[in-house]
Design a binder for this molecule. Structure first.
Ligand SMILES: Nc1ncnc2c1ncn2[C@@H]1O[C@H](COP(=O)(O)OP(=O)(O)OP(=O)(O)O)[C@@H](O)[C@H]1O
Ligand SMILES: [Mg+2]
Length: 236
């Protein structure tokens, strides 16, 4: 089976006027289908940059990024957008739900983007995934009528509804209390086990790191350690 994602010697250097900021400095990683992987490391170590590269929201300065066996280099913006809609789900630190839409409508949105035109098919997928994330009965609420943890559950449902190859989450628990953070991690793990979806999330939080099956530590834009294959259940 194709890898969920592969980074080969990826570098990203930002330019601020004449100043060059090396953010990712030669990262190579094979991400297996079904990985549940945390990217940890100090502030500024390149976690968000790496997730943005994996999400094809940004392009590397050099190196290759493959998602689901397909290279993402040199694709046009429209093709990249289609690629994201098909293959990738995103979960953000600040939930990023659309405030005027209900939970149901927020989760339905990516299905519109994916071009599923059958109303009944969309509705069924949305209600199923909302039930999976424990929000059956709350589908008509708007984000401001939900708790932070419930909003993040909507965001998890929104990321999963189109059955992506890979879900990327940048500090998904940073705005949650520790009990709710544990619940969101348990939910993501459950979805990982039930649906086989690959998850990559960044975190500062040791409580979140302990849920990871695979833990990659970044320092100064490089992989400092990676426990893949160290009897951690990876690939099993
Ligand atoms: N748009 C940008 N322009 C210039 N430099 C940037 C930009 N984004 C990030 N950087 C720099 O790149 C490096 C890596 O930043 P990044 O945001 O990836 O770190 P991080 O590990 O996510 O940090 P944090 O834990 O604080 O979120 C830092 O030195 C940062 O200042
Ligand atoms: Mg960050």
């Amino acid at each position: 089976m194709a890898l969920a994602a592969r980074l080969i010697d990826v570098e990203k250097t930002y330019s601020i006027g004449p100043i060059e900021v090396p953010a990712v400095r030669g990262v190579s990683l094979d991400i297996e289908p079904g990985d549940f992987m945390a990217i940890a490391g100090p502030s500024g170590s390149g976690k968000t940059t790496l997730l943005n590269l994996l999400g094809v929201l940004d392009t590397p300065t050099s190196g290759t990024i493959e998602i689901g066996g397909a290279s993402t280099g040199g694709l046009k913006p429209k093709t990249l957008a289609d690629f994201r809609n098909t293959h990738l789900g995103f979960i953000f630190q600040t939930f990023n739900l659309i405030p005027v839409l209900t939970a149901h409508e927020n989760v339905e949105f990516p299905l519109h983007l994916k071009g599923i035109s059958d109303n009944a098919e969309r509705s069924q997928k949305v209600e199923e995934i909302l039930e999976d994330v424990g929000l059956a009965g709350l589908s008509d609420r708007r984000p401001n009528e939900l708790s932070g943890g419930q909003q993040q559950r909507v965001a998890v449902a929104r990321a999963l509804v189109k059955e992506p190859t890979l879900v990327l989450a940048d500090e998904p628990t940073a705005n949650l209390d520790s009990v709710t953070a544990e619940e969101i991690m348990a939910l993501m793990k459950e979805m990982n086990e039930k649906k086989g979806t690959t998850f990559i999330f960044s975190t500062h939080d040791p409580l979140v790191m302990k849920h990871a099956v695979r833990l990659v530590l970044l320092r100064d834009g490089r992989v400092e350690s990676d426990n893949a294959g160290e009897g951690n259940g990876h690939g099993t």
